[in-house]
Structures are given as structure tokens and as C-alpha cells.
Design a protein around this ligand. Structure first.
Ligand SMILES: [Mg+2]
Length: 143
């Protein structure tokens, strides 16, 4: 990650916090590799604040859960490989799978990607590895 990107991330991530809180969090955040969950929450916070009109939602099928809950959710239609975000516009349907830098799609995620994109040219699948990837993707698809 370039120093410019780190500065931008810090400014966004720590805006509104006191100096002491932000310094402590900044040091902790920069000492660890960025996790998918961090990217995920950052994107959602940004969407809620900046693009609340988007029809976008998270499919919560990746969190640890007990066997009874997993069984119930499976019977209700939760399927492995479903992407982290789905969003829809008048011009297309978008599946966004989030991955920490270096992460790869699982076989079930690859299968979902194949099925989704086989639906036609209006069905798009994007693997997003950072908040900046998400921002750039929205710019690219002009949404
Ligand atoms: Mg993911």
C-alpha cells in the first residue's frame, strides 16, 4: 500500500475521533495486515454515508455459527459461495466478493461466479480487495 493510500485511509477511517483515540487505533491498524472484515465494514459505512440510494446488501453466509443455526439457514436457502455484496441497478446486477489482499476465491465462490456471469452480459462479478477497489469499480461502471 502506498503512503498516499495509507494517509487517505487514515483520514477516512479516523475522521471524527479525538487525537488520542485516532493515534492508538492508527498504530494498531497499521501494524496488522488489513482483514476482509475491515474492508467490508469500511465499504458499508461509506455506502450508507455517500450512496444510500444504491440497492445493495450483504448476504451473511460467511460468519461462524453453531450447527443448529447453520442447518436452519441452509434449509432457508443460504448457499455457500454467495458473494459478500449484491447490488442492482437499472442497467445491471452486480456481485461483489470481498477478499483480503492475497485472498483467493474458494471453489464454491468460483462456481457462483460462473453461474452468475453465465446469466448474461448484465450480470457482473467483481473481486474487491480494498476499499479503493470498490470506489474505483463504482467509477468504472459509472454508478
Ligand atoms: Mg469474502
Amino acid at each position: 500500500m502506498t503512503s498516499k493510500r495509507i494517509r487517505v485511509l487514515e483520514e477516512r477511517q479516523f475522521a471524527g475521533m479525538s487525537k488520542i483515540e485516532s493515534e492508538s487505533l492508527r498504530r494498531r491498524a497499521l501494524s496488522r495486515p488489513i482483514r476482509e472484515k475491515t474492508i467490508h465494514m469500511h465499504i458499508w459505512q461509506w455506502v450508507q454515508k455517500n450512496r444510500p440510494e444504491l440497492v445493495i446488501f450483504h448476504v451473511p453466509n460467511g460468519e461462524p455459527r453453531d450447527v443448529a443455526t447453520a442447518t436452519k439457514l441452509k434449509r432457508m436457502g443460504v448457499v455457500p459461495g454467495c458473494p459478500d455484496f449484491l447490488f442492482f441497478t437499472a442497467t445491471g446486477s452486480y456481485a461483489i466478493e470481498l477478499k483480503a489482499p492475497g485472498g483467493h476465491l474458494s471453489p464454491k465462490q468460483e462456481e457462483f461466479q460462473r453461474r452468475w456471469t453465465a446469466l448474461g452480459p448484465r450480470y457482473h462479478y467483481f473481486v474487491c480487495r480494498s476499499f479503493f477497489d470498490f470506489e474505483k469499480y463504482l467509477e468504472k461502471i459509472e454508478i
